[in-house]
Design a protein around this ligand. Structure first.
Ligand code: 3PG
Length: 306
């Protein structure tokens, strides 16, 4: 019998697991569940006999891919697939997919939530600032970026974007101002919301020089990946610019150092939770399950990323 594994170190909401089960068992497959594992050995054991698997930020390394002898399809329930060794998948003829857009609204809501939290000094009772009238720059206008713009407009913010991969007209149609360069975005906006993927081109690309272009009181919001930040540059900037603040859904490696030195100018969620809503889990999880069934039954490889 075809076996599908959900391997989630950070579990889906129960309703999402139930929805995935319905799709998988409805297709006549068997569902296995590995949640909240802390040991890689558990993941290696769980993948040994599965035909397909659904993961989140779980690391599908070459070791994992090679341990999954029967694996045909792996779906990252979410947008970013930097946690999958695509080369290893391709070598083994495994289809790797993501589920673009399915958890984007959840991430976007968190962006604005974290911005309000910081603007109100972590709700400590002291006078903070408002978002209305401020400029937010969306760095990469994909599914999450678009929702961030929509919500930010509701807050009365001025929304700007830079994305060389999206047609200017499409962005402008959303009432968002397109700037000509990444430097212009950073030098113009009070807030920058990052939505670039982590890849060889973008890793450490958010560096001292770029961040230093932000105006007085600049705030960087990162719900993308920690790898895109040049942490050394970030630390130096926070030393040099007492006005600069950083909020992120993905704690940087230097989080303890930042916490010790820059009280009140940073905020990190305890665990990456941008996509951690029941709705996002249901959307992404069930989309992933359907993609697996359609791939196995009909050879449908929509959303293949390798
Ligand atoms: C994504 O790439 O979709 C988000 O980063 C969500 O990641 P998560 O599934 O680990 O919460």
């Amino acid at each position: 019998m075809t076996k599908v594994l959900i391997a989630t170190e950070k579990p889906f909401a129960p309703a999402a697991v139930n929805g995935i089960r319905e799709v998988v068992e409805g297709a006549g497959y068997e569902l296995a569940l590995l949640e909240s594992y802390t040991d890689k050995a558990d993941l290696l054991a769980a993948v040994a006999d599965v035909d397909a698997m659904i993961i989140r930020s779980d690391k599908a390394t070459r070791e994992v891919v090679e341990a999954a002898k029967n694996l045909k399809v792996i779906v990252r329930a979410g947008a970013g697939y930097d946690n999958i060794d695509l080369e290893a998948c391709t070598e083994k003829g495994i289809v790797a997919m993501n589920t673009p857009g399915q958890n984007s609204n959840a991430v976007a809501e968190l962006v604005l939530g974290m911005m309000v939290f910081l603007a109100r000094n972590g709700y400590n009772g002291k006078a903070g600032v408002e978002l209305r009238g401020k400029k937010i720059g969306i760095h990469a206008y994909g599914n999450v970026g678009r929702y961030v713009g929509e919500i930010a407009k509701g807050f009365g913010m001025e929304v700007l974007a830079f994305d060389p991969f999206v047609a200017k007209e499409a962005i402008e149609a959303d009432g968002v101002k397109v700037v000509e360069s990444v430097e212009e975005l950073y030098s113009t906006c009070n807030y920058i919301s990052l939505h670039i993927p982590a890849n060889d081109k973008t890793k450490k690309s958010i560096n001292y020089d770029l961040l230093n272009k932000m105006p007085e009181g600049g705030i960087l919001v990162n719900t993308a990946r920690k790898e895109v930040i040049d942490e050394e540059g970030l630390m130096k900037l926070m030393e040099d610019r007492k006005d600069f603040a950083y909020i992120s859904d993905i704690a940087p490696d230097c989080k303890d150092e930042i916490a010790a030195k820059f009280d009140g100018r940073f905020f990190f969620t305890p665990k990456k939770m941008g996509a951690q809503t029941a709705e996002a889990n249901i959307n992404a999880g069930i989309a992933g399950a359907n993609q697996i069934v359609n791939c196995i039954e009909k050879g449908d490889t929509t959303f293949k990323v390798n």
